[in-house]
Design a protein around this ligand. Structure first.
Ligand SMILES: [Zn+2]
Length: 117
């Protein structure tokens, strides 16, 4: 069991390039039904299965998005959609995440994700 614990710890990214590589590996797009949601990795460590988000539908803007806990990096984050303005019939939105609790983000992780205070 100790070997597995070491594997989990060593799987956490130690640089921004490792983070990006892991994030790309752990994204999970459904093959046929985009409305069912896109599997999003942890925004802090890129661990798989952080949350599933119907990002390609209008539903994404209307659903409450509860805080999510990452069992690997022990952080809690929450996604938000914000409607900015409507221009020529197009709703311009901002999709962002905030950290609610857990350890500080590593020094190499920039720009930092905001905190909810
Ligand atoms: Zn994480």
């Amino acid at each position: 069991m100790r070997e597995q614990e070491i594997d989990v710890v060593s799987a956490l990214p130690e640089s921004y390039s490792e983070f990006v590589e892991r994030f790309e590996e752990n994204q999970a797009l459904p093959t046929c039904d985009l409305a069912s949601g896109q599997g999003l990795p942890c925004p802090f460590c890129a661990a798989a299965h952080f949350t599933t988000y119907p990002i390609f539908t209008h539903q994404a803007r209307e659903l409450p998005h509860p805080p999510q806990f990452c069992s690997e990096c022990k952080r809690i984050g929450q996604f938000f959609f914000e409607n900015l303005h409507v221009q020529e019939g197009i709703i311009h939105t901002r999709f962002f995440v905030l950290q609610l609790s857990g350890p500080a983000q590593p020094k190499w992780f920039t720009p930092k994700i905001g905190w909810v205070l």
